[in-house]
Ligand binder design. Structure first.
Ligand SMILES: NC(=O)c1ccc[n+]([C@@H]2O[C@H](COP(=O)([O-])OP(=O)(O)OC[C@H]3O[C@@H](n4cnc5c(N)ncnc54)[C@H](OP(=O)(O)O)[C@@H]3O)[C@@H](O)[C@H]2O)c1
Length: 339
């Protein structure tokens, strides 16, 4: 396994993390329905391969994914980082959602109970709350840190300005920093390269990429114009998610498959390697042990620089403003070229 420094901290996380969204027999969102026995085997396989970051959320299978992950991690708790999330709706009550102090205080207590742990290593806002009061949210999170319930505050699915707002206010007050941001990032969706990634680099935060295979589309098992096969995520759900631009997307999948053939490895391993070779963390999802094994083996893949160029070219978007102007203006700061 390979590891990267976690944010601006003294901790390290594996570049492949395990995502628990497929866990839970209610199978509420038709994502996997993985049972306890399989979850135990998956977690053991991850631990045996050096994975030390496990990601879940309160809403995954209405709490069941946290319960199952907690049980599977018995005996390994101190050697791993457990990341969970809060923001999603957990009940019908008007306040059983969002980022109010009321909701996140109750949600944290329940997540700790379900996971069977006294602390959360990485506690993530699952998304922005339009009715959230930033002071209230920041103070609540700091309170959790002060009480030892949360080690590292973190964020998911925010716009760059929203991340910056939280981070700079936390830093101004001497509160614990936000150390990672979990965003959808894959060869089929590179939107965060415009605003979020430059900010993460600037503020030394770690990217945790969710759905790095874009829900399985980057395995090459779906074909343009064909109905997704039954038993697959897209087939069972009846729609493609995360969204992607199909016109460009199928060309990207084709190139990933081609490069996989050249390397003698699976397309999924090429897609994961593209993410981790940039120093980011990919949260791998799997419905079977075989898929998990295959995805973990992506760690061995070495893309050549010409293969990386081909992947970047086929998946790139148009140049955005002000990015192209910033790049142009800052050429006069490239001292190696100037002096
Ligand atoms: N923060 C957020 O809002 C957010 C959102 C989504 C996910 N996440 C996190 O990201 C994690 C990963 O997301 P994800 O499950 O969507 O990841 P993904 O890797 O993009 O998709 C995983 C799915 O693809 C298929 N698959 C994976 N490996 C395969 C292989 N080698 N061969 C064939 N099919 C394969 C499986 O589905 P089938 O076999 O059913 O087709 C599997 O369940 C989640 O567990 C969660 O922790 C976070």
């Amino acid at each position: 396994m390979k590891y990267v420094r976690y944010g601006n901290t003294g901790s390290f996380v594996s570049v492949l993390a395990f995502g628990a969204m497929t866990l839970g027999e209610k199978n509420r969102w038709n994502l996997g329905g993985v049972n306890q026995e399989l979850s135990d085997k998956m977690v053991k396989l991850c631990i045996d391969n050096g994975i030390n970051l496990f990601d879940t959320a309160d809403i995954y299978d209405a709490g069941d994914a946290e319960i199952m992950l907690g049980k599977s991690l018995k005996g390994y708790r101190d050697q791993v980082m457990v990341a969970t999330k809060v923001r999603g709706r957990m009940g019908k009550g008007i306040n059983e959602t969002g980022l109010s102090r009321h909701h996140i205080s109750i949600a944290l207590r329940k997540s700790l109970e379900r996971l069977g742990t006294d602390w959360i290593d990485i506690y993530q806002y699952h998304g922005w709350d339009d009715f959230g009061n930033i002071d209230e949210i920041l103070n609540s999170m700091q309170n959790f840190v002060d009480n030892g319930k949360v080690i590292y505050p973190a964020i998911s699915n925010f716009a760059a300005w929203q991340i910056a707002e939280f981070q700079s206010r936390a830093e101004e007050r001497g509160y614990a920093r936000y150390e990672s941001v979990q965003m959808n990032y894959s060869l089929l969706n590179r939107d965060i390269e415009y605003e979020v990634l430059p900010y993460l680099k600037y503020s030394k935060m770690t990217l945790l990429s969710w759905s790095p295979l874009h829900g399985g589309i980057l395995t090459g098992k779906y074909r343009p114009g064909e109905k997704p096969p039954k038993g697959s995520r897209m087939g069972d759900r009846g729609f493609f998610f995360p969204y992607f631009d199909e016109e460009q997307g199928w060309k990207i999948v084709e190139e990933v498959v081609k490069i996989g053939e050249e390397q003698g490895v699976k397309p999924s391993q090429i897609a994961l390697s593209w993410i981790i070779s940039q120093g980011y963390v990919a949260i791998i999802g799997a419905k079977t042990l075989e898929q998990l094994q295959e995805n973990i083996a992506a760690i061995e893949v070495q893309l050549t620089s010409s293969q990386k160029d081909r992947l970047n070219k086929v998946s790139g978007g148009r140049k955005m403003y002000p990015n192209w102007m910033l790049e142009r203006q800052n050429q006069d700061r490239d001292f190696e070229k100037i002096l």
